[in-house]
Design a protein around this ligand. Sequence first.
Ligand SMILES: *Cc1c(COP(=O)(O)O)cnc(C)c1O
Length: 396
Amino acid sequence: MRVYADNAATTKMSAAAISAMLPYMDKIYANPSSLHSLGQEAKEALENARERVAKVLGCEAREIIFTSGGSEADNQAIISAARIGERKGRKHIVSTAFEHHAVLHTLDKLKKEGFEITLLDVGEKGIVTPQQVSDAIREDTALVTVMYANNEIGTIQPVEEIGKVCRERGVLFHTDAVQAAGHLHIDVKKQNIDMLSLSGHKFHGPKGVGVLYAKKGIALTNIIEGGAQEKGKRAGTENIPAIMGMTAALEEAVKNIDTNAEKVSAMRDRLIDGLSRIPHSILNGDRENRLPNNVNFCFEGIEGEAMLLLLDDMGVCASSGSACTSGSLDPSHVLLAIGRPHEIAHGSLRLSLCEENTEEEIEYIINAVTQVIFRLRSMSPVWRDLTEGRQQFVIR
Ligand SMILES: *Cc1c(COP(=O)(O)O)cnc(C)c1O
């Protein structure tokens, strides 16, 4: 049996996405900047995709820019807001301690340029409050950037209320909605969002393509210089096949958003209940305000990498922290941000589901994880110290 439970890292492409891409590879393959009729057909497809994405997000087509993915969209949104702020003498940015590295590392870069960055505490539940945002905004704040849903622990942030605070205070608001798109409702106008990032491969679309929504009137700064594509704001020949695939995947995900959420959250809850029965385990992130597909646990006395390898042997594809942090020996910044101590943060497991998972697979995962934890603990000197009282349990 092979069970894929790493959908927060990436998803399988849907049949709808694949078939939407194919004609733009071998039939309407021309460059949309070409003046001939085949180029114009590609251009029409591109503009049609832009309108469809805009419709899904509740904005205008001219407010949509296609990028190479979520990371690029995050970079462009933040750099643009920083440049706008800088021109008015505003060099302060508010964000959270548990953003994706595409956001955090861009903020680090700005910090080296003299920006001041306030990273809000997300508490044990992994949720920031609009009040915290309000308290952090200053006269010289150029931007608030808070993710819609966290990629490791799945907690959902009150973006609409945060957006409202930002509007009232005249500060730009960006949200990294990469984990939310296709899973949670998005309406940028209603939710007071000025800029938003999403990525095709997190909702059954292709990799290497994403969207930056920027409210009209926001002067974007180029990250990639070159040709005049995307109204001069993002150079490079448009990846039409990927854009068509992403658009089809987004529409499909949004069409089924409620039925999928109901089905997937039932499996999530069963998985959480099953894993909670493992002694000295703890769910990371608020149980209520979380993505329908996210499960994230810490297990005392466990080393995450060993757990993942044994799970892989049993056919379970999972992750500890995010795909971006794995491979480094540092514990997840997200788990540290919610106050998990280092030794516990190392023993984390993220299982992220999709509507194609089955109840049978959920039972299989519960059994596999339980077995792996018992096996690793039986071999662990740390576990012996804990059970024999030479060391204190962190998770009771
Ligand atoms: C995956 C992810 C990204 C990066 O998107 P890419 O398209 O892979 O560059 C950014 N933010 C969050 C929250 C993500 O989950």
